[in-house]
Design a protein around this ligand. Sequence first.
Ligand code: ADQ
Length: 458
Amino acid sequence: MSRLFAVSNRVADPVGGKTAGGLAIGLLAALKQHGGVWFGWGGKTRQGDPSDPTIVRRGNISYATIDLFEADYDDYYNGYSNTSLWPLCHYMLGFFRYERRFSEAYRRVNALFARKMLPLLEDDDVIWVHDYHLIPLAAELRRAGVSNPIGFFMHVPFPNIDVLRTLPDHLDILRALTRYDVIGFQTHNDVRSFTEGLAREGLLQARLDDGRFRADGREITVKAFPIGIDVDGVIRMASRSVSSATVSRTVEGLHGRGFILGVDRLDYSKGLPERFRAFEQLLARYPETRNRLIFMQIAPPTRTGVRAYQDIRRELEQAAGHINGHYAEPDWVPIRYLNRGFSRSILMGLLRAANIGLVTPLRDGMNLVAKEFVAAQDPENPGALVLSTLAGAAIELDEAVIVNPYDSEGTAEAIQQAANMPLGERRERHASMIATLRRNDIDAWRTQFVDALLQSGG
Ligand code: ADQ
C-alpha cells in the first residue's frame, strides 16, 4: 500500500494541545486511521537557511517539521496567506491587501517546502497538500522531478473568478493549481468557481467525464470532497466529558436557563459581531428571553500578527461589554465571552450541554463546529442548530435552522424558534443530520480523496 504523505502549513502538535483549527483537527483524524507522514512548519523561524526536518514519530504518524526563514515568515503567512488569499477566498474584499513582496515570500516559502520534502519522499508515496498557503507546491515539486501523484485540498471556499481577479497574480494561482492531479474542494459551488475561472482565463481545454478536465495542457480531476468528522469519536468524547467537573459546574451555574453556545476561532469571517448583535436583537424583541437564556461564545485569538484580527478582538470585547452592561441583572449576565482555547474534551462536553448551537459565519468552506455540535447531542433530548446559509456545512445539514448571518433580526428569530422547538421536532431533525454525518464521515473523506488520487494516474 502506498504511504500517505500529507503537507500543510502547520502540523498538529504531536503531543496534543488545544489546537483550534479545522484543518489540523480534520487531517489528524484522517491520518490516525491509516498512518503516514505529516510535513509542515513547526512554528519556529530562524535567520540562516533552515536545517533539515525534525522528525517525531507518535503512533502511526511521523511528524516532520521545518523552520522558516525569519525574513519570509511575515510576508508569507500574515501577508500573502492571511491578508491577500484568506479575505479573497471569503469574499471579504474590505480586508484584502496585496504587496508584491507578499507574493515573492509566498513563492520562496513554497520552494523551501519542496526542497525540504524531497529527501523524505519515497517512490510510491501519495502526496496530499492542504490549503491555500501551499498552492504553488506541486509546481515546485514537479520542477524538482517529482512524478508521484499529488493532490490538493482547499479547506476554504474558492472565489468566483470576478472576485479572484482582484488578486494581481491570480493567473499564477490558477495555473499552479493545474499542476496537481486531483484538486478537491468542500462543495460543488467551489468546483464550479474554479472550473469557470479556468475557462474564463483561457486555461480550460476540455471537460472530460467523471470530474476530469484538460487544463493548461494537463489532465486533472476536480471534485467536491466535503470534509466530515469522526462521528463516533465525538459522541464518545462528548458523552464522557459532559459529566466532567468543568462541564458539570458550567451546567449548574446556568440554574436551569437555556444555554446557547458558539465556538469559533476569533476570525472576522466567523460573523461574531453580527452574532452578538443578533443576540442583542433577541433580548430586545423578545423580553421573555431575558434572564432565561445565556449565550456563551468561546473564541481563542488566532493570527494575532494581522491587524484585522486585533481590531475584531477589540470590537467584540466592546460589544459584549455593551450588551452585558445594558441587560445584565444582579443574578444574570447574558453573554459569557471566553477569549481562549479549551481542550477538545471540554469543548465536546460543552457542545453536548448546549441547547442551541449558534454557527453563523459570514462565509466558511465547511465549518466543523456545526458537525461536531450535531454529533455531540444527546439523541433523546438534542439541542437545535442555528446555521449560516453561507457555510459549506449548510448544504449537508439542511435540517438545521438556516439563517443569513448578515440579517441580525432574522438570526434573532431563528434563535427564538430554536429555543421553542418541540422535542419531537428536535429529535427528527437531529436523526436526519446524524445520518448524513455518518454517511460522509472523516474516513469517507480521506478514502475518497486518496482513491481519486491513486486513480488519477499522476
Ligand atoms: P476553521 O476555520 O478553523 O477551519 P472549523 O471548521 O469550524 O473552522 O474548525 C475549527 C475546529 O477547531 C473545530 O474542530 C473546533 O472544535 C476547534 N476549535 C474551535 N475553537 C476551539 C477552542 N477554543 N479550543 C479548542 N478547539 C477549538 C478551516 C475552514 C473550515 C473547514 C475546516 C476543515 O475555514 O471551513 O471546515 O478548515 O476543512
